[in-house]
Ligand binder design. Structure first.
Ligand code: NAP
Length: 266
């Protein structure tokens, strides 16, 4: 298999560290450089806890792209920086795999237009865990038969955005299959604001943030005398790496933007 040259933005983060290890153990991936605003001028091997790889670190993606040739940018930073990096990558005709969340529908549409005009493969993956992708697909199937559904997503307390990108994507998929319905009693009131969670098209989404958690989600379908629960748990960040690997390989053959791995997992 041809070697794929990768830049990782956010190599010190929990996802970033796993991704650097993925680079080290995957023979057809080469980590050519990393972007870390706190460690420009160093090398990956200089960072504590990271494998002894010789890749240089740049303070910004712009600077990195002036000096390095790469095939794919893998961004594992923050929602704000991920948005900046996807634009920079497209400007430089560089394929990207973006693991950060928080993109609006409008932003996705605009980015898709740009990616298609430039024929630059781009993947935004709100969730890299293949099990979570299957959870969303199973929920979409169940929604044909169960109109009554609520989503509970649970994440660690350092997560910046709520609800999670996965919860929003799950609801999007459910909406394609479910007859519209306002969940709950038509006259229900909240004694405390937010008690019923956020709402999209009558579907309620509840976000839990606690230390100790990683990324978890339950989709609850209620019916007469029965309940179907579809649940996925990521217990550590290694759970995301098979999806990261698949995304880096797949983006090499794309000329458009794919939002969500459910579009590439059969
Ligand atoms: P994390 O541990 O906080 O890592 C984020 C890293 O990005 C930190 O090291 C941070 O450095 C660094 N960073 C911030 N601004 C930067 C910049 N301008 N340039 C380079 N690096 C920068 O978070 P995480 O758990 O690894 O998650 C990383 C991202 O992936 C988050 O957005 C998270 O929501 C997302 N995520 C996605 C999935 C998925 O399946 N798609 C799964 C888990 C997490 P400082 O801390 O020093 O600022």
């Amino acid at each position: 298999m041809k070697t794929i040259r990768v830049i990782i933005a956010g190599p010190r983060g929990r996802m970033g560290q796993e991704a650097v290890r993925l680079m080290e153990r995957t023979s057809h991936f080469q980590l050519v450089a990393a972007v870390d605003y706190k460690h420009g001028g160093k090398r990956i091997a200089d960072l504590e806890g990271l494998p002894a790889l010789d890749a240089p670190i740049y303070e910004s993606l712009e600077e990195c792209l002036q000096k390095e040739q790469a095939d794919v940018l893998l961004d594992l930073t923050t929602p704000e920086i991920g948005k900046q990096h996807i634009h920079t990558a497209l400007q430089h005709d560089l394929r990207s795999v973006i693991g950060t969340t928080g993109f609006t529908e409008e932003e996705i549409q605009q980015l898709t237009r740009t990616a298609e005009e430039k024929k630059v493969g781009t993947i935004i993956a709100p969730n890299f865990a293949i099990g979570a992708i299957l959870m969303m697909k199973f929920a979409q199937t169940a929604a044909k038969y169960f109109q009554d559904v609520e989503v509970i997503e649970l994440h660690h307390d350092q997560k910046l955005d709520a609800p999670s990108g996965t919860a929003l994507k799950t609801v999007d998929l459910i909406r394609t299959a479910r007859e519209p319905k306002q969940q709950g009693h038509p006259n229900e009131t909240e004694q405390l604001q937010g008690a019923r969670g956020a709402e999209v098209d009558g579907i309620h989404i509840h976000s839990v943030r606690l230390p100790g958690l990683i990324a978890h989600q339950e989709v609850l379908f209620g019916g007469d005398g029965q309940m179907l629960t579809i649940r996925h748990d990521s217990f550590n960040r290694a759970s995301f790496m098979s999806g990261v690997k698949m995304s880096i390989e797949t983006v090499m053959n794309l000329e458009t933007l794919v939002y969500g791995l459910e579009n590439i997992v059969d």
